[in-house]
Design a protein around this ligand. Structure first.
Ligand SMILES: Cc1ncc(COP(=O)(O)O)c(C=O)c1O
Length: 392
């Protein structure tokens, strides 16, 4: 079969036709367990009735007007996000990269308002912020950048989870206006920093009048066992970006700002045709209501403990498993060898997983995963890892 789609993805040989919760079915009606949620998107699982109903109802009323007019459902979503995040206001986009673009523009304008002509943002090694030119320039992965030079300037890179490196970068460069960081690096290998890492960044940003900007595109919306990962630290950032699970599959992104950051972007500074349209906002409102109604965020931590315990018990004696790390349902199992091949092997066992940073199996199951599915995930994955690591 010839495809007329640009070959920007290496696709696995499967086509899904429908789903329910953590189950997916392919076009031969074979059932798979989804432990990836479309890369942290379908937190409520597939075909959740609340999202289905919200989309159907909204599409029967109004899909799109324009940001030229007031959009009631966008206001409602903004109110809800502000209430849940402690931030002050929101710009809505259609994707994570666009939410980060808004954050980067906001930081640059913040710098210009302080008389800095060439504002620079501290970013991290192994980070991932998106595929647009500015966000791939912020991303700490040469493979993502290669072929797209010249990169956008104004980023200063330091190692992740390294506070002295941030201090040095600030001392060395008068143009620094912000720090952009993921609370846990997802694409970079499920890297979980020290418990007080974000607290130290908060203090440094306060001391130097910098914006603390958190990319919560993968960690947000309950994934780590709090609505937002920074809520584990009892702090508030100045800017926070969201996307992925916010719409449970309906494309929506958001750039939240607070305090001095909330008044930087004004009329004419930024925009998006589709950003915050009625359809996307009604889906996101249904997501937020369902998370509360089904107590999914609290349960995420319990489910994560069960999965980690089960995997640890079965893999404890396997010397090729270096570490099982997780916060909520964001999990990494690091092996002592490249393991991209495991994705295909898991698919043959009807299990969807992912590998990041070459050696780390990444699990991002839907928050609605149930007890039986948890057992199936543990058994299938542990057996696969045993088989894979004991191969000659
Ligand atoms: C932390 C983080 N930031 C940004 C992005 C980019 O989001 P999108 O693919 O919606 O543009 C991703 C996507 O994987 C991500 O994980």
């Amino acid at each position: 079969m010839t495809s007329h789609i640009m070959p920007t993805y290496q696709r696995l040989p499967v086509t899904f036709t429908h789903g329910l919760g953590a189950w997916l079915w392919d076009d031969h009606n074979t059932r798979y367990l989804d432990a990836l949620s479309g890369i942290a998107v379908c937190g409520l699982g597939h075909a959740h009735p609340a999202v289905h109903q919200a989309i159907c109802q909204q599409s029967g009323k109004l899909l799109h007007t324009s940001n030229l007019y007031n959009i009631a459902v966008q206001e409602q979503l903004a109110d809800k996000l502000i209430e849940k995040s402690g931030m002050d206001n929101v710009f809505f986009s259609n994707s994570g990269a666009e939410a980060n673009e808004a954050a980067i523009k906001l930081a640059r304008k913040f710098g210009h308002e302080r008389g800095i002509d060439k504002p620079a943002i501290i970013v991290m090694e192994k980070s991932f912020h998106g595929r647009t030119l500015a966000t791939l320039s912020a991303t700490g992965n040469a493979k993502v950048q290669q072929g797209f030079e010249p990169l956008v300037e104004g980023f200063v890179r330091v190692p992740y989870n390294d506070i002295p490196a941030i201090q040095l970068a600030i001392a060395d460069n008068k143009n620094i206006v912000a720090v952009l960081v993921e609370p846990i690096q997802g694409e970079g290998g499920v890297n979980i920093p020290a418990d007080d890492y974000l607290n130290f960044i908060r203090t440094l940003c306060d001391e130097h009048d910098l914006l603390m900007m958190l990319d919560e595109i993968q960690t947000g919306i309950g994934r780590t066992g709090k609505f937002l990962a920074y809520q584990h630290n009892g702090i508030l950032p100045d800017v926070c970006t969201l996307a992925k699970a916010l719409g449970n599959g309906v494309p929506i992104g958001a750039c939240l700002a607070r305090g001095k950051a909330a008044s930087v972007l004004t009329a004419g500074n930024h925009g998006s045709t589709f950003g915050g349209n009625p359809l996307a906002c009604s889906a996101a409102l249904a997501v937020l209501a369902t998370l509360d109604k089904e107590n999914l965020i609290e349960l995420a931590s319990e489910k994560a403990d069960q999965i980690a315990k089960g995997l640890t018990r079965r893999l404890l004696k396997n010397p090729h498993v270096l570490e099982i790390r997780y916060k909520g349902l964001m999990m990494g199992i690091e092996l002592d060898r490249p393991c991209a091949g495991l994705v295909q092997l898991a698919l043959q066992k009807r299990l969807l997983i992912n590998v990041t940073n070459e050696k780390t199996i990444r699990l991002l199951p839907p928050l609605v995963i149930d007890a039986e599915q948890i057992q199936q995930l543990i058994q299938t994955l542990a057996a696969l890892v045993q088989e894979f690591t004991t191969q000659p």
